[in-house]
Design a protein around this ligand. Structure first.
Ligand SMILES: [Cu+2]
Length: 153
C-alpha cells in the first residue's frame, strides 16, 4: 500500500468516526414510551413518552412500519370541542426541559394501522429531531404496547 492510499483511508475513517459520534452522542433522551393497545379494525392509536433535549430541538416527524401515516399531534380546545391536529413546524423541545407526550395532550399519532396492537407487543418507532442549526437526527425506538402509562425506575 502506498503512503497516499493509506492517508486517504485514514481521512475516510476519521470522517466516518465523526459522523458516528454526532449520531451516538445523543442529546435527546426519551423515557417511559408506550403505545396504546388497539383492537382489530381500529385505524389509529397514540404513542406517548417523555422527551428531554439537552440542547433544545424539535420533534419534526415520526414513522413506524406498522402505521401508514404517523404524525405529531396536539389536543386543543376549539370552542367547546377538543380537537387534535398536527403540530405545525414540529414539537418544540426547550433545552433541558422534559416535554411529556400524554393522553389528552401532545402525542405521536399512528394512523392507518396495518395490524392490531395487542398488549405486551412492541412497535418500532422512528423519531426525527431537528436541532437549532436545522440538523436532523433519528432515533429508533422499540416501544412497548400497553393500556396505561409505563414507568421506568
Ligand atoms: Cu392525534
Amino acid at each position: 500500500m502506498t503512503k497516499k492510499t493509506l492517508k486517504t483511508l485514514v481521512t475516510v475513517a476519521a470522517l466516518a468516526a465523526t459522523a458516528f459520534a454526532s449520531v451516538s452522542a445523543q442529546t435527546v433522551e426519551v423515557k417511559d414510551a408506550w403505545v396504546r393497545t388497539s383492537v382489530p379494525g381500529q385505524k389509529a392509536t397514540g404513542a406517548f413518552m417523555k422527551i428531554t433535549a439537552r440542547d433544545g430541538a424539535r420533534l419534526v416527524a415520526a414513522s413506524s412500519p406498522l402505521a401508514g401515516v404517523t404524525e405529531v399531534h396536539e389536543m386543543k380546545m376549539d370552542g367547546n370541542i377538543m380537537k387534535m391536529r398536527a403540530v405545525e413546524g414540529g414539537l418544540e423541545l426547550p433545552a433541558g426541559k422534559t416535554v411529556e407526550l400524554k393522553p389528552g395532550g401532545f402525542h405521536v399519532m399512528l394512523m392507518d394501522l396495518k395490524a392490531a396492537l395487542p398488549k405486551d407487543g412492541t412497535v418500532p418507532l422512528t423519531l426525527v429531531f431537528k436541532d437549532a442549526k436545522g440538523v436532523e437526527s433519528r432515533m429508533e425506538l422499540k416501544v412497548p404496547v400497553a393500556t396505561a402509562p409505563v414507568h421506568s425506575h
